[in-house]
Design a protein around this ligand. Structure first.
Ligand SMILES: Cc1cc2nc3c(=O)[nH]c(=O)nc-3n(C[C@H](O)[C@H](O)[C@H](O)COP(=O)(O)O)c2cc1C
Length: 204
């Protein structure tokens, strides 16, 4: 009888890029980002890189087909693109603007393509009564075009500013539980897809 062998090797930590979508002056995004990063920092299976689009602005003029970006554009992309390429998974932090997501986030998405391929994306959204859910549903369609897979569970903060206390700590245990569940789902997909990409390059 052949003994069943199981690997005891612990996988390398999953590299999770947290993409902060709002670049608005006076934005609420840092409060939400700090909370999400706190959850990520508690995990042994993930290491986090916060890519804040307000700190790493990208031009909005795309180059002509087949042409390289302008020189200044290359420098701006060099701060963002390698970090997206290195990621095993993403968390998009997005508010809702006019029933969708901010133009700054779409711009960052459109500057890239293969950096998204065969990778999972979890969403944390916030806004007024909708909690950003319409922004997330739009993002799911867009990211499918870019060969990414999106995590089923959305973390959605309705009237988000009322959920944090004066110290900017989350006061709703159900929101903490929602982040944990989403990150658990993200981890499963991130590991599965990292192994798959390693075994077979993804053919878009
Ligand atoms: C241009 C604009 C449009 C907005 N549209 C919506 C909306 O359609 N639905 C909603 O729930 N909140 C909407 N809001 C409220 C934002 O979701 C809320 O102010 C949030 O804090 C914005 O994120 P930020 O502060 O990180 O930029 C809008 C805010 C802005 C600035």
């Amino acid at each position: 009888m052949t003994a069943t062998t199981t690997s005891t090797t612990t996988p390398a930590p999953l590299r999770v890029a947290v993409l902060v979508g709002s670049t608005r002056e006076g934005r609420f995004a840092p409060v939400v980002t700090r909370w999400v990063k706190g959850h990520l920092d508690q995990r042994d299976d993930m290491e986090v890189d916060v890519v804040d689009l307000a700190e790493t602005p990208l031009p909005t003029v795309l180059p002509a087909f087949g042409q390289p970006p302008a020189p200044g554009t290359m420098e701006a992309l060099a701060v963002v693109t390698p970090r997206l390429a290195a990621a095993d998974a993403f968390v998009f932090i997005t508010p809702e603007y006019n029933h969708s997501y901010p133009a700054s986030l779409k711009n960052a998405i459109d500057w890239h393509n293969e950096q998204w391929h065969a990778k999972p994306i979890g969403f944390v959204s916030y806004g007024a009564i909708s909690g950003g859910l319409r922004a997330v549903e739009h993002l799911r369609v867009v990211m499918a075009e870019l060969n990414a897979t999106t995590i089923r569970n959305t973390v959605s903060l309705h009237n988000a500013w009322g959920l944090f206390d004066e110290a900017q700590e989350m006061t709703a245990p159900e929101s903490d539980a929602a982040v944990k569940t989403m990150l658990d789902q993200l981890a499963w997909w991130a590991l599965a897809l990292r192994e798959a990409r390693s075994a077979r390059p993804y053919a878009a």
